[in-house]
Design a protein around this ligand. Structure first.
Ligand SMILES: [Mn+2]
Length: 322
């Protein structure tokens, strides 16, 4: 599939009156940061733009939602443009799929190389560290005056998806964009405090419990942990509080692959995979999921015990192959 140019995509957005933006379910900093920067830019250009969501905005990202997020999907049917950001498959926004499809023009801007290109216009770049980097280029193509709020949202997208510029996806371009954001008034410290120094005590306790009960296997090269619905209840935490756990597990010495299994509902287990070396996207794809080489995910429709066994087997095999 060939990408459209940002100029073509900007042209479609400029012509549109109403635009609905779609971040993925269980939104992260890149999904909402990208969506918020774009929504703010479109509104500054006089457009009727909103971000359609189907789950609650997590506490640590609420500072990005300046009245952009809407839950009343019916009211926004048949927009001029539907645009999905940081995702490129209908199953990444299942309850909003109909709304997306109702857009007269559909656009996809994503950095998941596994995205098939569901838009009439697509820009999918698996090498971009964050969708926020692509949104920055899109705003430039739109000839929009990028303000502090947009700069902070793009920064939030890039810093979260690069693990604060630590992950292997980080490039010269990631830093270059941030450098340019400073010229536009970026408040990197304020944004970082909002993102990283705002954890709930419940989240901390949930993370500790998951790591405490985790299991190392494949001769210390892999680690797996579980978050069950019971655990969420026990610690008064929410599913979005699992953010960051799998990255912490990967940081353990000698560990190459970390896996976190999340019970979204009984019989619906989401596996988040992170690699230090090697490629976990292959494992995720084998279970009909997707993602990046070092960060991928998939869903297994079975019990936690079965999901655990299947994933441990697949990870052990992958590690043997290397
Ligand atoms: Mn992303």
């Amino acid at each position: 599939m060939k990408n459209n140019s940002f100029k073509e995509i900007a042209g479609q957005l400029k012509e549109a009156g109403s635009i609905v933006i779609f971040p993925h379910i269980l939104m992260d900093g890149d999904a909402l940061g990208s969506a918020a920067a774009l929504c703010c830019a479109l509104r500054s250009m006089g457009k009727d733009a909103v971000i359609a969501v189907e789950d609650k905005v997590p506490d640590y990202l609420q500072f990005l939602d300046k009245g952009y997020c809407i839950y009343d999907l019916e009211k926004y049917m048949n927009p001029d443009v539907s645009i999905c950001v940081d995702c490129g498959e209908l199953k990444r926004f299942p309850e909003r799929a109909e709304l997306f499809k109702s857009g007269k023009t559909k656009i996809c801007v994503d950095h998941h190389g596994t995205s098939p290109g569901i838009g009439d216009y697509n820009y999918i770049d698996g090498k971009a560290a964050a969708t926020g980097e692509l949104i920055y280029d899109l705003l430039l193509a739109m000839e929009c005056d990028i303000d502090v709020e947009m700069a902070n949202a793009i920064y939030a997208a890039i810093t979260t998806d690069t693990g604060n510029f630590q992950y292997s996806n980080t490039t010269r371009r990631s830093h270059e964009i941030v450098m340019e954001l400073y010229d536009l008034g970026l408040d990197s410290y304020g944004t970082s405090v909002s993102l990283y120094e705002n954890e709930s005590f419940e989240k901390m306790k949930l993370q500790s419990a998951a790591i405490n009960d985790s299991e190392v296997f494949a001769e210390g090269k892999a680690i797996i942990a579980e978050i069950s619905l019971d655990m969420l209840e026990q610690y008064g935490a929410r599913m979005e509080d699992t953010e960051g756990i799998v990255g912490m597990m990967r940081s353990i010495k000698g560990v190459d692959i970390a896996i976190l299994l999340k019970e979204k509902e009984p019989g619906n287990i989401k596996a988040s995979l992170r690699a230090k070396h090697g490629d976990v996207s292959k494992i995720a794809v084998a279970f009909k999921g997707g993602g990046h080489e070092k960060a991928a995910g998939c869903t297994i429709y079975d019990s936690m015990a079965v999901a655990r066994e299947l994933i441990m087997k697949a990870v052990s095999e992958e590690l043997c192959r290397e």
